[in-house]
Design a protein around this ligand. Sequence first.
Ligand SMILES: Nc1ncnc2c1ncn2[C@@H]1O[C@H](COP(=O)(O)OP(=O)(O)OP(=O)(O)O)[C@@H](O)[C@H]1O
Length: 121
Amino acid sequence: MASDYRGKNKLHFGLRYALNGLKEAIRTERNIKIHFIAALIVCILGLLLPLSNVEWAIISLSIGAVISMEMMNTALERALNHLEPRHNQAIGIAKDIAAGAVFITALIAIVIACLILLPKL
Ligand SMILES: Nc1ncnc2c1ncn2[C@@H]1O[C@H](COP(=O)(O)OP(=O)(O)OP(=O)(O)O)[C@@H](O)[C@H]1O
């Protein structure tokens, strides 16, 4: 019984930490706000157009990938800023690579949105 309770407690706190991170990211990061607004627009368009389950699944995956990647980028930036507040070439390159990962994910999401939504408009 005790271990079950601890298990539930862990799950509860894990969810709280995750929601706290999400709230902090939305509150402080302009890019994450923009991604959420773009996702909302795509979802509204998706509700107005006849999308299949597979198309919804692909769009959901793209939205999740972009927002998750942006949040990982933000987490990395915050950690690196804390570890090395001064100018450092290696830190700069690490941040550029993380930004490149966000760029690729966002670009692919735009291509997916165009492939699925444009022919239906
Ligand atoms: N400590 C550093 N040393 C060297 N270059 C850095 C450093 N911090 C940032 N840079 C350079 O500046 C770029 C932008 O940095 P960073 O992403 O931290 O700033 P930002 O403009 O606040 O980003 P965002 O708008 O995504 O929050 C990095 O990709 C990197 O090229």
